[in-house]
Design a protein. Structure first.
Length: 310
């Protein structure tokens, strides 16, 4: 799916060098098709890195996708220039004027804070409420998944005794699930978090289905029964070096940090890590776009008939 982005977005040159099909606005305008409209609520501090990671995975299927990068208005980002945000992002209030086929809400480094103490929490709640009636399928990632489960279902996160950090094996719980089509019986997912959502709490919610669990029986992927809300507790979008950078960042600051599990060869941080989750990541995002967005969203997404509520 060629992703439609602004021609001077920094991610463009990186993706083109990786042979990812990127389409500029000018070329897209010449094609007589309706692109899927996808909004990315980017809550990560390293926004340009996250943009590239997600666009890489959204750009590997056959149809055109129109991407809107969204910034929170009630939060001042310190790891990206104001010029970049002004040029490539729309303010969160603008999404309330549109409908979207799909939305992605990323993780954020605020998981050890109560949700209500996050400076953009109220703003994010407004977005999640709006998405329930104006976005056909929303994908929540890591902290975003915890936030979505808490806001929509009242499920609270709990602190882990030790940070879950590394590459973890996972297995399918629900067979014949389109979102997991093509997945191996056991598949790897990068994790980096201090909190979790209890499996028992998710099982108590009749509207939720668990699709996959980790080797520790933690929920990795869950969804609402109408497929409109998808929750991924890991980071399939991560680059090969992401966990390495995080490890050495904390190590160099003398912060307590374990070697990421199942990541460095022989658990030796001096050796370059191998990417074991790339194919899983491409399958996951491709399946979401195809089965839960493209195959389901109406051609005329402005019609009120596709509104829904949970």
């Amino acid at each position: 799916m060629p992703i439609r982005i602004q021609s001077d977005l920094p991610a463009r040159s990186i993706l083109e060098n990786e042979n990812i099909f990127v389409m500029t606005e000018k070329r897209a305008a010449m094609q007589d098709i309706r692109p899927l409209k996808i909004a990315i609520i980017n809550l990560m501090p390293t926004k340009e890195t996250t943009e590239t990671q997600l666009l890489r995975l959204l750009g590997n299927t056959p149809l055109q996708t129109d991407i809107s990068l969204v910034r929170m208005e009630n939060h001042e980002s310190s790891h990206v220039s104001t010029e970049h945000l002004a040029k490539f992002y729309i303010p969160s209030s603008e999404i309330f004027n549109h409908k979207y086929d799909g939305m992605i809400i990323t993780g954020a480094p605020v998981e050890q804070m109560p949700f209500e103490d996050v400076d953009y929490w109220s703003e994010l709640c407004d977005i999640m409420d709006y998405a329930r009636e104006n976005v056909f399928s929303t994908l929540f990632i890591c902290w975003g998944a915890q936030a979505g489960l808490y806001h929509n279902y009242g499920i609270k996160k709990v602190a882990l005794e030790k940070k879950k950090f590394g590459i973890y094996k996972n297995h399918k719980v629900l067979e014949n699930e389109p979102l997991l089509r093509g997945f191996d019986d056991n598949f790897p997912v990068p994790m980096s978090r201090h909190t979790t959502v209890p499996t028992s709490a998710i099982k108590k919610v009749q509207d939720l289905e668990i699709l996959a669990e980790s080797e520790e029986n933690e929920v990795t992927i869950a969804k609402s029964r109408d497929n409109r809300l998808i929750f991924m507790t890991g980071h399939l979008e991560y680059d090969t070096e992401t966990l390495s950078k995080e490890y050495w960042r904390d190590k160099n600051k003398n912060l307590p940090i374990d070697i990421p599990k199942n990541y460095f060869p022989h658990d030796d941080p001096s050796q370059p890590p191998e990417n074991k989750w790339r194919s899983t990541a491409h399958l996951f995002f491709s399946n979401w776009l195809n089965y839960y967005v493209y195959q389901e969203t109406p051609f005329d997404y402005t019609e009120e008939s596709w509104f829904y509520s949970i």
